[in-house]
Write a protein that binds this ligand. Structure first.
Ligand code: KG4
Ligand code: ZN
Length: 374
């Protein structure tokens, strides 16, 4: 079955086409095409994503991307459309949903609504070394699994278990890694989350304080790397918010405020130079990674996790990836991080989650009767 994925929750307009083979308990997929058009540069002058502009750009870009995708796949008959229904920016989400509804009507195919955060989870189960176009099964999950989801809008620790359907299946006595089950059989429980800013948001806001335009996360991280290789120490010590709290929650707004004061003080003293910025970027990144690592360890212990999944745009961060690898090695459990080209928002993860999550017949039943939205 061929599935078209649509993602417009924020400032990336994305379409993807995958083919799946469903064997009931497991399924295989092959990536045919994944197109992403980033609006980041357009939003840069606003210091963040400007929803009305995002909506207009999605409306403009969706038909162009579809044309591009169809140009090389004109003979493909699409069986279903998976579209992000939330969470995200309302006007941006609606653009994708309305586009999906129009296509669904025109092609007479069902729509599969997909949760964006589940998309980030399932996207990380795609093998990074599998060549485009080749059949693959998703990476095996040892349950319970734990996902650390870190993006511009979310910071969550999620416990993943077999859902009702799998729990009822007591005949399976297998002890080893199991093929990833269809996610309708997965259940998600948020066991920790941010109380204020999301981690990507904290990266972007801190970058802005250092004069780096939106989205500053990747460039702030690059500055931190330069500080490490040039052995530039931080001029100040930043807090590690909630690092010792008993719960699994996060808070990043205090960190950003501490950066604000450090920048103000340095400016007043005439010390706000490149070296200062690099040192501060390094300290900020260290503070974030130490906090995320401490909570990740605590969550692994609490859940008794047998698999770790990292997902969301911040998972592109090189130091964080290395730290997560070290933690997984320490616990001796598999770690799945998304390939870099799909660490940010993309439609491939939406198509995959849609295919993996929703049995075709359920989507077919819903076809024509369900209006999406959140
Ligand atoms: O998942 P995503 O693409 O969009 C949302 O769903 O929010 O995440 C985007 C976030 C932005 O805040 C961006 O600055 C951050 O991910 N990000 C990074 C890096 N690459 C992207 N943050 C830190 N280091 C990076 N290398
Ligand atoms: Zn995202």
């Amino acid at each position: 079955m061929y599935i078209l994925g649509i993602e417009t929750s924020c400032d990336e307009t994305a379409l993807a086409l995958i083919e799946t083979r469903d064997f009931g308990d497991t399924f295989e997929c092959r990536v045919i095409s994944s197109l992403i058009h980033s609006q980041a540069e357009l939003h840069s002058p606003y210091g963040g994503v400007f929803p009305t502009l995002a909506k207009r750009e999605h409306e403009k870009n969706l038909p162009l991307l579809l044309k591009e995708l169809m140009a090389t796949n004109s003979t493909v008959h699409i069986d279903a459309i998976a579209v992000t229904e939330g969470p995200g920016l309302e006007p941006a989400l609606w653009t994708g949903i309305v586009f999906a509804e129009q296509l669904a009507k025109e092609w007479n195919v069902p729509i599969i609504p997909v949760n964006h955060m589940e998309g980030h989870v399932i996207g990380s189960l795609l093998k990074s070394d599998a060549p485009q176009g080749e059949w693959q099964s998703l990476l095996p999950l040892n349950m319970p699994a734990l996902a650390l989801l870190i993006s511009g809008g979310h910071t969550e620790l999620v416990k993943i278990e077999h859902g009702e359907e799998q729990a009822r299946d007591t005949s399976s006595e297998s002890r080893g890694p199991e093929p990833a089950k269809r996610p309708q059989a997965l259940s998600y429980t948020i066991i920790g989350q941010t109380k204020d800013d999301a981690v990507g948001e904290a990266f972007d806001k801190t970058a802005r304080l250092l004069g780096i335009p939106y989205p500053g996360g990747p460039r702030l991280s690059a500055l931190a790397q330069e500080a490490r290789s040039e052995k530039i120490e931080s001029p100040v010590k930043l807090p590690r918010p909630m690092i010792s709290s008993k719960d699994l929650d996060f808070s990043f707004s205090g960190l950003k405020t501490a950066v604000l004061y450090a920048v103000r003080d340095a400016e007043a003293a005439g010390k706000l130079d490149t070296s200062f910025k690099k040192g501060l970027a390094r300290e900020f990144e260290d503070a974030v990674i130490e906090t995320l690592s401490a909570k990740l360890r605590k969550a692994i212990d609490q859940v008794g996790a047998h698999t770790i999944i990292i997902g969301g745009g911040v998972s592109a961060n090189t130091s964080l990836r290395a730290q997560c690898e070290a933690i997984a090695a320490e616990y001796g459990i598999p770690l799945y991080q998304p390939s870099r080209h799909i660490s940010g928002d993309n439609a491939l993860m939406i198509a995959l989650a849609g295919a993996f999550n929703t049995p075709v017949n359920r989507a077919l039943k819903a076809h024509g009767t369900k209006r999406l939205g959140n």
